[in-house]
Write a new protein. Structure first.
Length: 180
């Protein structure tokens, strides 16, 4: 009987230690993936960036300054990115007449993006940022470099919010209400 109590105590101790390690790991992950603050956004290099769009034309980020902008970093190989794109597209269609802008920067191979957009066209502008887009996302607070990553800019060019991970309709609704 004593042996059974000893085994149960050992098992409970191991389970407790495992649970504590899991909680610490989740906390560290959440801290690491939390977007970081960006200083002096109005003069940030994002506004001087230019990207090729899938049709080969130039997409100038400076042309979006002055109105609320949702800047979404995504890739064709990222399931949450692909899942949120139809919702972002619907948001843009509904809110573009009110001045809300959307730009998606693909952190991907241009050929993969073009193939994807043939199957699932998007009405808002898409830029082919490639791997350099990862550095731009990091400069906008995405320290971990994960996708999807979205930055919500106010009309004055300041960042209202950054979001690591998949957007929800509530995120979009809140930004629409609070963007200036």
């Amino acid at each position: 009987m004593n042996n059974l109590n000893s085994n149960a105590s050992r098992r409970n101790l191991l389970l407790g230690a495992g649970a504590a390690a899991a909680v610490a790991g989740v906390g560290l992950s959440l801290w690491r993936f939390e977007p970081k603050a960006v200083a002096n956004v109005q003069s940030h290099p994002v506004w001087s960036q230019q990207f090729e769009n899938p049709a080969g034309a130039v997409l100038s980020m400076g042309s979006f300054k002055g109105q609320p902008l949702l800047l979404n970093f995504w890739a064709t190989w990222c399931p949450p990115c692909i899942e949120e794109l139809p919702m972002i597209n619907a948001f843009w269609r509904e809110n573009a007449p009110n001045g809300h802008q959307v730009v998606a920067l693909a952190i991907d191979q241009p050929s993969a993006v073009r193939r994807f957009l043939e199957r699932q066209p998007l009405a808002f502008p898409v830029g082919l940022a490639g791997l350099e887009g990862t550095n731009l996302a990091k400069s906008l607070g995405n320290a971990a470099g994960g996708l999807p990553f979205t930055v919500f800019f106010n009309s004055n060019g300041s960042i209202w919010r950054q979001k690591m991970g998949q957007l929800t309709q509530a995120d979009l609704d809140e930004w629409r209400r609070n963007s200036v």
